[in-house]
Design a binder for this molecule. Structure first.
Ligand code: HEC
Length: 102
């Protein structure tokens, strides 16, 4: 293989990677409801049922407060979620249980 074909391959790879990253986070879309539900049902319901989110003296009452609680709990559980994971679970809880707009 000559030097020039190698560098061309490298450029192609970099372009493909760039396209993937761009697709991963579409503009104006903070999270993914299905992903949020899957993450929540896998990691979060061992301690509390979703009834907790609807109790009258609940801690969170706005989207920002739900986001704070999700961030706090994934930290407590040492899940090392990405911002996208946290957004997805927040969006899922906000829409399905808290009924607060983003
Ligand atoms: C180790 C047990 C445990 C795990 C795991 C856990 N939670 Fe909790 N969570 C609690 C307890 C206990 C409370 C209520 C008391 C408190 O906030 O001190 C709570 C409260 C909450 C609240 C606030 C409820 C309200 O009053 O509005 C949210 C939201 C929440 N958890 C989300 C999550 C999410 C999302 C996960 C998964 C990343 C998770 N929790 C995992 C124990 C847990």
């Amino acid at each position: 293989m000559t030097k020039s074909t190698m560098s061309r391959k490298h450029t192609l790879l970099a372009t493909a990677l760039g396209a993937c990253l761009a697709l991963g986070t579409p503009a104006g879309f903070a999270g993914d409801l299905e992903r949020g539900q899957a993450l929540h049902d896998t990691f979060c319901i061992m301690c509390h049922s979703p009834e907790l989110y609807g109790r009258t003296d609940r801690i969170a009452n706005t989207y920002g407060e739900v986001l704070q609680q999700v961030t706090r709990w994934q930290n407590n559980a040492r899940l090392r979620w990405t911002g996208y994971d946290i957004d997805s679970v927040t969006e899922y809880l906000a829409e399905k249980y808290y009924k607060v707009p983003r």
